[in-house]
Design a protein around this ligand. Structure first.
Ligand SMILES: *Cc1c(COP(=O)(O)O)cnc(C)c1O
Length: 386
């Protein structure tokens, strides 16, 4: 054949040995000699790999790894955390369904629930996330789903998963838990009764601030298949390269989580003892409202927490401006320490009263502890405090 043809039809040798690293199947699809296998693969999540939007070996490796860590039956990798959360909510809910959701949720999830309510006729009731009686009172005949976060942002509220899931299951209500902040190393919600666990893998699971992704893990394979169909329709599924980067990050998740948690613990205690800090919201501190639940539920209190500076918004802005090593940024869970000053960035449109209603003060700073040496981090924070 001629060069034009030979160059298009190059062949990759199949190695005899097993590659040490996960191979990156950067391909949009696969060709088949057998049309029956081809057709079968298009109709189900566990058939042959046909088209990467429906399934891909690199993506499946990630789905299986996270499902295994969480103790679930199957995983679904998405293009982002919101892609995973949206696929689950759109895949499960119908017009007229009722959702009970924890009050302090991730902003994107909050917006998605508001959208489902306004445009799709789903009703939403908010609960605190620590009171089974309050949840029981919120349930109705149309309640389909309970949505919780293991550790919520920014106040570090820890949901009493076991107590709440027990109430929900008794009523036949599906329990969905966002486990992004805890990771399956600190908590496995399926063991406490969750039906679906969602993650923004962008954060701790990938862990290097170089990729956006999400995963949903299902306790039950039938529900996985149902949601998979929606994720495939919406095109919310993960790209192989993003899955590959996430798998690379996952290899060191236990090492990184130990360092994140240890650094957060030291910084939380030192900040709590500093006169310029009014309060520290890390569930590992004995005076935190979720301390007792955290001790029961978590095998570590996480690497991200918030604290309130004396002096409100001006103090928050001055502090963030004076940092040298620690950077202000929107994300968390990477190897580098990051801070966020919600009042001047993510929540800048809210006045003081509105900020207080969402549990944020003018001087609130969120800190995601990285894996640097803790004394270098403390030097930078202490230097920036008045
Ligand atoms: C970041 C985040 C999300 C959204 O994830 P993306 O990857 O940004 O889409 C959802 N839940 C929590 C708790 C998060 O921190």
């Amino acid at each position: 054949m001629r060069p034009e043809t030979r160059l298009v039809h190059t062949e990759t040798p199949r190695p005899t040995g097993t590659p040490l690293a996960v191979p990156l199947y950067q391909t949009s699809g696969f060709s088949f000699d057998d049309l029956e296998t081809f057709a079968d693969g298009m109709g189900r999540p566990d058939g042959a790999f046909v088209y990467t939007r429906m399934g891909n070996p690199t993506v499946r490796t990630l789905e299986n790894a996270v499902a295994d860590l969480e103790g679930g039956a199957a995983g679904l990798a998405a293009a982002s955390g919101m892609g995973a959360i949206g696929s689950v909510l759109h895949g499960v809910l119908r017009t007229g369904d009722h959702v009970v959701a924890q009050r302090d949720l991730y902003g994107g999830t909050h917006a998605l629930l508001r959208d489902l309510a306004e445009r799709w006729g789903v009703t939403v009731t908010r609960v605190s996330g620590h009171d089974p009686d309050e949840l029981r009172a919120a349930l109705g005949p149309r309640t389909r789903l309970l949505y919780l976060e293991t550790i919520a942002n920014p106040a570090g509220h820890v949901s009493d998963l076991a107590a709440l899931a027990a109430v929900a299951r008794e009523a036949g209500v599906l329990v969905v838990v966002d486990n992004t902040f805890a990771t399956p190393l600190l908590c496995r919600p399926v063991e406490h009764g969750a039906d679906v666990v969602v993650h923004s893998t962008t954060k701790y699971l990938a862990g290097h601030s170089d990729v956006i992704g999400g995963v949903a893990v299902f306790a039950d394979a039938a529900l996985h298949r149902e949601v998979w169909e929606h994720a495939v329709e919406y095109g919310a599924t993960a790209d192989p390269f993003a899955a590959w980067l996430t798998l690379r990050g996952l290899r060191t998740l236990p090492l990184r989580m130990r360092a994140h948690c240890a650094n957060a613990e030291v910084l939380a205690h030192r900040l709590a003892a500093h006169p310029a800090v009014a309060a520290v919201h890390w569930p590992g501190l004995p005076d935190h409202p979720s301390h007792e639940v955290a001790a029961r539920l978590l095998s570590g209190c996480g690497g991200t927490f918030s604290f309130d500076l004396v002096g409100g918004r001006a103090a928050g802005e001055a502090f963030v401006g004076a940092l040298r090593l620690v950077k202000p940024a929107p994300s968390l869970g990477g190897t580098e320490t990051l801070v966020l000053h919600p009042a001047s960035t993510s929540h800048r449109r809210l006045d003081e009263a509105e900020l207080r209603a969402s549990g944020i003060a003018g001087g609130t700073i969120r800190l995601s502890a990285g894996v640097e040496h803790v004394d270098d981090l403390w030097d930078d924070l202490a230097n920036a405090l008045p």
